[in-house]
Design a protein around this ligand. Structure first.
Ligand SMILES: [Zn+2]
Length: 173
């Protein structure tokens, strides 16, 4: 890491500590040439594998941008979107893999988005899961309805295993 003042390539680490629960390492450095001090941040990258095979760093901003259209006109603000993106990142990091397919990012969005706003969820799911007919909407809405019933009366839960929208990939099923 070059000194930001004089571009000298060598520096000495004077302090090193973790932040964000160890996901980031922050180092204080002192330039061996000019002696000035600067800070570097080191973060393990979480990579997303796009359908093209190209990988790119996971980006909360991309998650936010991906769901923002689905949230248009809904009572969802920027804080909600930021929290959703954080929940998505945490869910993906919790799986313990350093590279995830972009489809898995979409799957990780569905749950938190459903909790946030069901209309936005239906919009997002319809695009992400390529709903091809009105029956696809009907099924997704039935799933939501039965969850509402479950929430109101948990004794119904024995009749139905969790086959929520997130588990179906084939739109023709
Ligand atoms: Zn320097």
């Amino acid at each position: 890491m070059r000194c930001p003042y004089c571009r000298h390539p060598d520096s000495r680490v004077t302090d090193s500590r973790e932040q964000d629960e160890g996901q980031v390492i922050r180092r204080r450095r002192s330039c061996l040439e000019c002696g000035r001090r600067f800070t570097t941040l080191e973060e393990a990258t979480l990579a997303v594998i796009k359908r093209s095979g190209v990988t790119e760093p996971f980006s909360r901003l991309k998650v936010v941008n991906g769901v923002r259209r689905a949230c248009q006109g809904r009572p969802v603000d920027e804080d909600d979107l930021a929290q959703l993106a954080q929940a998505v990142e945490e869910a993906i990091r919790a799986t313990g893999v350093a590279e995830v397919p972009s489809d898995d990012v979409g799957l990780a969005i569905l749950g938190p988005l459903r909790d946030l706003d069901e209309v936005a969820y239906l919009r997002f799911a319809s695009v992400y899961q390529a709903f091809s007919s009105i029956e696809d909407f009907e099924k997704a809405i039935l799933d939501l309805r039965s969850e509402h019933r479950l929430a109101a009366d948990p004794s119904l839960s024995t009749t139905r295993p969790d086959d929520s929208a997130s588990s179906r990939k084939d739109p023709r099923r």
